[in-house]
Structure formats: C-alpha cells, structure tokens
Write a protein that binds this ligand. Structure first.
Ligand SMILES: Nc1ncnc2c1ncn2[C@@H]1O[C@H](COP(=O)(O)OP(=O)(O)OP(=O)(O)O)[C@@H](O)[C@H]1O
Ligand SMILES: [Mg+2]
Length: 277
C-alpha cells in the first residue's frame, strides 16, 4: 500500500548522518533534506521511528496526515498490515510552557525534569496513558499501541490512508440532512460520561476539532453507523485535578454550543447533571 516512502528511507536518512564526509567536503542537500525540513522530523525522531521498525511495530511509514503547531501526524502500516497513526511531538513546540503547567499538576508525573525534552517526552507518555485509560474504560478513542520519547503510535481512524474528517469538517447541510443530530449529540455526551465515570478523566480540549467521524469516508457506511471518536488527549486530566470540573464545563459548553447552532436546544447545566449522575 505505502510504497513511495517506506521505512527504508528512515534507514537511509540515519546512515547519511553517520557517514563522515571527506575533509573540506560539504554534503549536498537532496530530497531527504527537503522532506525532513518540511515535516520537521529531527534525527532523534527518526531514530525513534527506526527503533519501532526494528521492534516490528511499524512496517512502513506513509505520508503526513496533519501538521499542527505541537505535533505532526503520519500514516503508517503495522506488523499485521493494520493502518497506524504516528504522532510525533516537536521538541521545539511553542506549547512547552502550557505542557509544563499541566504536568506539574498531575500526580502521575511527579519527579519529571523541567527541561524542554523531558517535558515533551512526558507529554507523549501522558497522551498514551490517557488514551489507554480511556480505551480500557470503553470510550471511543484510537487504540494506543506504543510510545517512546516524543513519538506516540495509535490506531489510524480512517481508511486507506485517508483520515476520517473532524466533526468540524462535515458541511452543515450534510449534518442537517444525513444525521440524527439529537442522537449524535447524546452519543458524544455519553462518551464524555463514560470517560468521566469509568475512566475518571476529563478530556480538557474537547470540541468539534478533536472529534473524528469514523466511517464517514466509507461510502458503504450509513450515517447512523458513523462513530464519533475522541482524539488528542495529551492535556486530559484526572478527576482529582483541581481544574477538572472547570475543564469538564468547558468541554460540555463547546459541544452544546456546536449543536445548538445546528438547531438543538440543550442546556449545559442539564448535560453536566447527566454526566455526573
Ligand atoms: N488516530 C488518528 N487517526 C487518523 N487521523 C488522526 C489521528 N490522530 C490525529 N489525526 C489527524 O491529525 C490531526 C491532528 O491531531 P491532534 O488533534 O491529535 O494533534 P494536535 O497536536 O492537536 O494538532 P493540531 O494543532 O493540528 O490540532 C487530527 O485533526 C486528525 O486529522
Ligand atoms: Mg487537535
């Protein structure tokens, strides 16, 4: 499936770095530099990917799915030919100070060093742990597979290298015509409730931007079979966190506002009661 950008390239990239050049000779830039520059994959990230390939977790690396401020996401193929998403956090993330604040407040991450690298590594580990907790509680999230340093590997939500669209990406007309909006709304609320009651977690960055509509890209799947999948759980926090309640309210508000704009008339207070009940 993924032919052009197989993992052999990761190997070549690394080899290139390791080979000393004759004195006075400058290495010529080639297509690999353009790619690493374009996707901000540093040598450390490539080495981590290479380790995953050695462990048999990734068979081939595909193309980029998304380029955010704090992370890039790539498509990949796993040992069983399954599709994977690889989230690689940038060490140079501008979000470093926010990450630091969240990690300091989390009892699972005491004794973490405060330098940039350690915090970004802890963040990838935190997202893995949050996804695992949510997944084990039965919440619809990508199944986390592995993490190491700044790299997180999880189930790919989508098909044949095309990621499922975010709730935000679905045209309003399609949402209004093809979906039972009331039902979709309560399904999302029920995921938040399961995350809260069984996972003991609050997502803390939930909105139409962090919900993927699994099955939407598949023409054979009817609208009522499309599943909302919650993603991007790096910042999610345990209920014991002093801000958990405020973040839950904000998550609920984002979802309520989104659906009320489409014609529903839900109240945040009522939804909060149902989640906590
Ligand atoms: N498991 C996945 N399967 C398929 N696509 C994914 C997966 N995880 C993330 N993506 C894609 O990558 C995008 C960004 O992922 P995510 O929200 O986790 O990262 P982010 O750091 O918030 O990036 P951004 O700043 O772009 O929002 C998602 O909107 C989605 O399109
Ligand atoms: Mg996001």
């Amino acid at each position: 499936m993924v032919k052009k950008e197989g993992l052999f390239e990761v190997e070549k990239w690394l080899k290139r770095e390791g080979e000393p050049l004759p004195k006075g000779k400058k290495r010529k830039k080639d297509y690999r530099d353009r790619k690493t520059e374009l996707y901000v994959l540093d040598i450390l990230t490539l080495e981590t990917l290479y380790k995953f390939s050695k462990r048999g977790i990734i068979k081939a690396l595909g193309g980029p799915v998304s380029r955010g401020k704090e992370a890039v996401i790539f498509h990949a193929i796993g040992a069983e030919e399954e599709e994977l998403a690889i989230k690689m956090y940038k060490i140079s993330t501008s979000n470093f100070h926010v990450m630091l604040d969240y990690i300091i407040g989390d009892p699972r991450f005491e004794n973490i060093k405060r330098d940039r690298r350690s915090i970004v590594f802890a963040w990838a580990r935190k997202e893995y742990k949050n996804l695992k907790r949510a997944f084990d509680a039965g919440v619809c999230v990508p199944e986390p597979i592995a993490y190491d340093k700044n790299v997180l590997i999880m189930e790919f939500i989508g098909k044949e290298e095309v990621a499922a669209p975010r709730l935000k990406d679905i045209p309003v007309e399609v949402l209004e015509l093809d979906f039972d909006l009331e039902e979709l709304f309560w399904r999302i609320i029920s995921e938040i409730k399961t995350l809260y009651n069984r996972g003991r977690l609050v997502h803390a960055d939930l909105s139409e931007f962090n919900i993927l509509m699994k099955g939407y890209e598949d023409v054979d799947v009817s609208a009522n079979k499309i599943e909302p999948v919650l993603i991007d759980m790096g910042q999610s926090l345990l209920l014991e966190h002093p801000n958990a309640d405020a973040f839950l309210k904000r998550d609920v508000k984002n979802i309520v506002v989104f659906f009320n704009k489409l014609g529903l008339t839900c109240s945040e207070a009522e939804v909060m009661k149902i989640i906590k009940g």
